[in-house]
Design a protein around this ligand. Structure first.
Ligand SMILES: Cc1ncc(COP(=O)(O)O)c(C=O)c1O
Length: 386
């Protein structure tokens, strides 16, 4: 960690008014809500300070800045050529997905998700009156020497698509497992979707946080089928910790999906945070160096967590993620019941997300987007108090 990248001490973090720091009493170490504890990237902070100095707090303007920033970042980072004309501003990824679903599904239609997955995926489907169909992740087929952990179950997806599903919510990278989908799975998914007339809504919010050793593949970059059936949802809110500022992008790369986005309310832009657009443009244009520091800390923390669990809670099972700051931990062998997060919160005053809310009793999700010292304290507290 460089000297200008020090994580603020807990006393300072507790002064933050965001959900992560206000949901629990001060004696609880909060490691659930997907916010990071790191100081804001300097170029982002500078852009926001300048806006405040100008009293520039009106509505977001219809400029091409955000689209061009997204396209520049995608080209530099993933060698993905995004046409700025296909980048549409929206308040956040959740709203982008719900508003897209409203245009492509009718009440009662089926929308497929792959649990365990970010819990609001099913809320969003219910919000538009559609039905959730589950095609859970699977282990790679045995005998596959390249197999690593769970991946998309293409057979289950094909079954669900053939059974009349209208859309699939792809989480890429996949929260809560931090799974980076291999290109061949995305190509196969696009083929299946095209064959069965299914739209793929690719939530790529965690993509800037892919860690050393894995390569993120943007869904719309894999094939013509993917572009014909796909929408990508991207923002700087996870990578640069800007969730409260409310700006994101829906990306389309074919006239058919683009037409659906263009049918959304013209107020889509005015519902986006003006400061969010300013911060997002600064993040995508000028904050690669800050992100590289974050990735170093996260890379360190994912290994540190494995070491801490080995030493203090050897019965817990955890595979370090390929992306982001979320760890998916199997506590079943510890005998802490269906909701180990509730047990841990009561006994150790460490807050995690309950795995049963993702359909996986006995599991919990831990956010390691924090100082290594905080992570160490959390695991030691759990081991000593539970
Ligand atoms: C996969 C995924 N999608 C969407 C979100 C929420 O994004 P937004 O605040 O832009 O709606 C999160 C937040 O953690 C997430 O993990």
């Amino acid at each position: 960690m460089s000297s200008d990248f020090q994580v603020p001490p807990l006393t300072e973090l507790r002064q933050r008014l965001s959900a992560k720091w206000q949901t629990f009493p001060h004696d609880v170490l909060p490691l659930p809500v997907a916010e990071m504890d790191f100081p804001l990237a300097e170029p982002v902070a500078a852009a926001l300070h300048q806006a405040i100095r100008r009293s520039d707090t009106g509505y977001a303007a219809p400029t091409a800045d955000l689209a061009e920033a997204v396209a520049g970042y995608a080209r530099r980072t993933w060698d993905w050529s995004v046409d700025p004309d296909g980048v549409h501003t929206v308040a956040d990824v959740g709203i982008g997905i719900v508003e897209t679903l409203r245009r492509i599904v009718a009440p009662g239609d089926k929308v497929v998700i792959s649990p365990p997955v970010y819990e609001p995926f099913s809320w969003w489907v219910h919000e538009v009156g559609a039905h959730v169909v589950e095609a859970p992740l699977t282990e790679a087929p045995s005998g596959d020497s390249t197999a690593r952990g769970p991946r998309l179950d293409l057979t289950a997806l094909e079954r669900a698509f053939a059974d009349g599903a209208r859309a699939y919510l792809l989480c890429s990278p996949h929260n809560p497992l931090g799974l980076v989908h291999p290109r061949e799975d995305l190509v196969a998914l696009a083929e299946l979707a095209d064959e069965h007339g299914v739209f793929v809504l690719a939530d790529e919010i965690h993509a800037p946080l892919v860690l050393t050793g894995a390569q993120f593949v943007p869904f719309l970059s894999v094939s013509q089928e993917a572009r014909r059936r796909g929408f990508s949802f991207l923002s700087a809110s996870k990578g640069w910790n800007l969730a409260g500022l409310k700006a994101a992008a829906i990306i389309t790369a074919d006239p058919a999906p683009k037409r659906y986005v263009e049918r959304m309310s013209p107020h889509r832009l005015y519902r986006t945070g003006h400061l969010g657009v300013i911060a997002t443009v600064a993040a995508f244009n000028d904050a690669d160096a800050w992100l590289a520091e974050v990735l170093d800390v996260l890379d360190h923390n994912r290994t540190l967590l494995a070491e801490l669990l080995d030493k203090n809670l050897p019965a817990a099972r955890y595979t370090p993620p390929q992306a982001s700051f979320l760890a998916w931990i199997d506590f079943r062998a510890l005998g802490w019941g269906d909701d180990p997060a509730a047990h841990i919160l009561g006994a150790a005053k460490v807050a995690l997300n309950s795995g049963h809310r993702y359909g996986f009793p006995g599991f919990a999700r831990l956010n390691f987007g924090c100082a290594p010292e905080t992570l160490t304290e959390a695991v030691v507290r759990i081991a000593e108090s539970c």
